[in-house]
Design a protein around this ligand. Structure first.
Ligand code: FES
Ligand code: ZN
Length: 319
């Protein structure tokens, strides 16, 4: 029988037993291994270069808290500038706690923090939209609106503060789910966009990066707890039984018997991605990058999706 001690330093108090590579680690060595892995990914994938100004989307959940904490290492070494933004969608009984934790995290790390609310910006909340949706025949899901407006705000704040990178906390579980979902649905368009960073030729879009892409969700939670940070573990009340959740459950079950499966899914995808991309790009018509006639944001059509939704909702709610 192998001994239950840290495989790095021999400490008897281990916090993790990594089935996928046989490592058992104590708290100190575990945290160090996570930070090393993320910084290695950043270097290898060229996600951040010296003097970048990085904006982190900070929800207060474990992924974004871990991300801010790790990127703060680069800020403290004077390699990058770092700021964070939290979006208040107006989801009563849920978002308040996330904002409190986001504020507290940014303060603890000494990171400049912005909070933007749907209410201030658009004069309605997600709760207002969902109240209205109850009265229609075919209600839309909250995420449809939430995602579009959040994206608009992230891009705007990034441009306002002249951020050169917009970092999000997507983890290994999120990424393998996206790969599987798009593969099973035959969504090749979406599939080629799954990567460490966005590759847009449009300079108005701040490049999005995913430094936590190789870290399993469970380990991110453990990292945050072991680092003594508080996190918002509750889920959004509007999250529903989605295809993503089904796939997530399936992958988690498979991981129990096949501990390396998320890594092999991601690595296999990385190998075929260039080929799919090349083939896919050949079929593209090469549309020029357009501008929304209403808000001036980058858009592939005359009016961007956010402005279309905005008009629709303002009419419905009379705001
Ligand atoms: Fe989609 Fe909250 S609105 S999960
Ligand atoms: Zn627009």
């Amino acid at each position: 029988m192998t001994e239950n001690v840290c495989t790095q330093c021999g400490n008897k108090h281990i916090v993790i037993n990594r089935k996928y590579n046989g490592q058992k680690l104590c708290s100190h060595c575990f945290k160090e291994s996570i930070e090393k892995q993320v910084l290695k990914t950043i270097k290898k994938q060229k996600l951040i270069t010296k003097n970048d100004k990085v904006l982190v989307g900070l929800s207060g959940g474990k992924d974004s808290v871990a991300l801010l904490k790790i990127l703060n290492i680069l800020k403290e070494k004077n390699i990058i500038e770092l700021e964070a933004v939290t979006i208040d969608e107006g989801i009563g009984g849920y978002r308040e706690e996330g904002i409190r934790i986001a504020k507290q995290t940014a303060e603890k790390l000494g990171v400049k923090h912005h909070i933007v609310s749907f209410k201030d910006k658009y004069n309605f909340t997600i709760d207002d939209i969902m109240e209205y949706q109850k009265t229609v025949d075919k209600p839309q899901h909250a995420c449809t609106y939430c995602g579009v407006f959040r994206r608009q705000i992230f891009n705007q704040v990034a441009r306002e503060i002249k951020a050169t990178k917009l970092a999000t906390g997507h983890n290994l579980d999120d990424e393998t789910q996206s790969i599987m979902m798009n593969y099973l649905e035959g969504n090749i368009n979406n599939m080629v966009r799954i990567g460490y960073k966005t590759e847009s030729s449009d300079e108005r879009f701040t490049q999005k990066i995913k430094p936590l892409r190789k870290i399993p969700e469970k380990e991110i939670g453990l990292y945050v707890v072991e680092s003594g940070f508080e996190v918002h573990f509750d889920g959004c009340p509007y999250a529903h039984e989605s295809f993503r959740m089904e796939i997530g459950d399936f992958i988690r079950d498979a991981t129990l018997k096949h501990p390396t499966i998320m890594y092999s899914t991601l690595n296999g995808f990385e190998k075929i991605r260039p080929a799919i991309k090349e083939q896919y790009l050949k079929q593209q018509t090469g549309k020029p990058n357009g501008t929304c006639k209403k808000c001036g944001e980058p858009a592939s059509q005359d009016i961007c999706k956010a402005c279309k939704f905005l008009e629709e909702i303002q009419q419905q709610l009379g705001v």
